[in-house]
Every structure is written in structure tokens, then in C-alpha cells.
Design a protein around this ligand. Structure first.
Ligand code: F6R
Length: 236
């Protein structure tokens, strides 16, 4: 799965060296970033003109905090490849005005002409970014409240202490994600099987945020077999 997504990114960047990528953090993309590091070391991908926008960041955490998503990206990708730091975009979790910071982010995405390829992971509850299941969702980048299960699954970044996980985060909205020209959703492990099935075969509902991807015309799911057994559709 990780290799397939890494090759997808490599092909895009070969065809469009100034590609704009939307990137996730979490356990799912760890091996994707390892593959990208190897492809870079082997001279197979050049990030010098690539622009990146990360999906989300904890609110109230400085970017250099070891548990920040920015630190995660530095560790797993940024410090190993030739991305130009001026083209790396992150939400600032310390901005005193989240609304202003979210508007700045949307404007920065628009200024570079939008995201070419948005890579996503998926929560066991079907969240994408920090768009948690709810009766209604916000379209644009916004301040989001994290569900207890999402805080639990982020506890590993905070030495296993759920209480240390911030209660809020800044996140691209589903509208931001749907405006990307192409979306790749990655899922691995049997824990994701129900969410994957609901994403593909369930109704389009804000109670399963990933199901909103059904409204996009260029979405690919790249799954590990363990995440796919409940799908009617056969995997390629
Ligand atoms: C991370 C993000 C989240 C994760 C999701 C899956 O930037 O936006 O939506 O993609 O929580 O997390 P893992 O990969 O840890 O299972």
C-alpha cells in the first residue's frame, strides 16, 4: 500500500515538478514517507519545486513540540528530502485567532492554484483530517473538537497519556479536501474495515465523513487487504 502511494506521488511529481501535495500524519503514512525517503535517496523523486500542505495540526501546541504534527513530518519526511521550506505549509496551532489562521491557510492553498493530490488516512470512526462524525460538518479549514476515540488514538504521540492530547485541532474541512484535484485515501489493518466499507458502499453522510468522498470524481482508495474484506467490490 505504501509503495503504491509513493509511486503515485513519484509519477505526479515527474509529470508536474511543481505539484502541490496535501499530506496526512498518523500511523498509516509512516511507511509511505519511508518509501519517499528511499525514492529520494535513489534519485527517483525531486521535491525541490513541490509544495506541501498538511491536513491538520493540534491547537495549542507549538510547532516544535515533539508531539506536534509538524515535528512528525520533520522526522518522517521534511528533514530527509529536498523540499524548499518556503513551500512547506502548516497550520499554526499557536495562533491566537484560529479563524484568521484558517482563512490564511485557505488563501495560501488558493494562491498556489489548489492541491493536485490530497493523501488521506481514515479514522476508525470514518473521520478524515479532523472532520469527526457529526450531524453537520464545516466545509473550510476550521477549529475542530476531537472525539475521545481520536484523542485515544493520538495518545502514542504523548507518551501514551490521553489527558495530554489537546482537545482541539485545526483541520482542513471536507470542502478543502474535496477541492483537491485528486484524492488518495489509504487504509490499513482490520480496525479500518468497517469505516472503509461505509466510505465506499454506505450512504453519503456527515456521520461518516469519508463517505463524502463519494462526491468527488477522482478518488482512489489504496488499501491493505486487511482493511478491505467487507467490500463487495473486488480489489484490483
Ligand atoms: C492525520 C489525520 C487523521 C488520520 C487518521 C488515521 O493527519 O488527519 O485523519 O489520517 O486518524 O490515523 P492513523 O493513520 O494513525 O490510523
Amino acid at each position: 500500500m505504501a509503495r503504491a502511494v509513493a509511486l503515485r506521488i513519484t509519477k505526479l511529481v515527474a509529470a508536474k515538478p511543481a505539484a502541490v501535495l496535501g499530506l496526512p500524519t498518523g500511523r498509516t503514512p509512516v511507511r509511505l514517507y519511508a518509501h519517499l525517503r528511499s525514492l529520494f535517496a535513489a534519485g527517483k523523486i525531486d521535491f525541490s519545486r513541490v509544495t506541501t500542505f498538511n491536513l491538520d495540526e493540534f491547537y495549542g501546541l507549538p510547532s516544535d513540540h515533539p508531539a506536534s504534527y509538524r515535528s512528525f513530518m520533520e522526522e518522517h519526511l521534511f528533514k530527509h528530502v529536498n523540499l524548499n521550506w518556503r513551500r512547506i505549509h502548516f497550520l499554526n496551532g499557536m495562533d491566537s485567532s484560529p479563524e484568521r489562521e484558517c482563512r490564511r491557510y485557505e488563501a495560501a492553498i488558493a494562491r498556489v492554484g489548489g492541491i493536485d493530490l490530497q493523501i488521506l488516512g481514515i479514522g476508525t470512526n470514518g473521520h478524515i483530517g479532523f472532520n469527526e462524525p457529526a450531524p453537520a460538518l464545516q466545509s473550510d479549514t476550521h477549529l475542530a473538537r476531537l472525539k475521545p476515540e481520536t484523542r485515544r488514538s493520538n495518545a502514542m504521540l504523548f507518551d501514551g497519556r490521553v489527558s495530554a492530547v489537546p482537545r482541539e485541532a485545526l483541520s482542513m474541512g471536507v470542502g478543502t479536501i474535496l477541492r483537491a484535484r485528486a484524492v488518495v485515501l489509504m487504509a490499513n489493518g482490520s480496525r479500518k474495515a468497517d469505516a472503509v466499507k461505509a466510505t465506499v458502499e454506505g450512504p453519503v453522510t456527515t456521520r461518516m465523513p469519508a463517505s463524502l468522498l463519494q462526491l468527488h470524481r477522482n478518488v482512489e482508495l489504496i488499501l491493505e487487504k486487511a482493511a478491505a474484506p467487507k467490500l463487495h467490490a473486488r480489489m484490483r
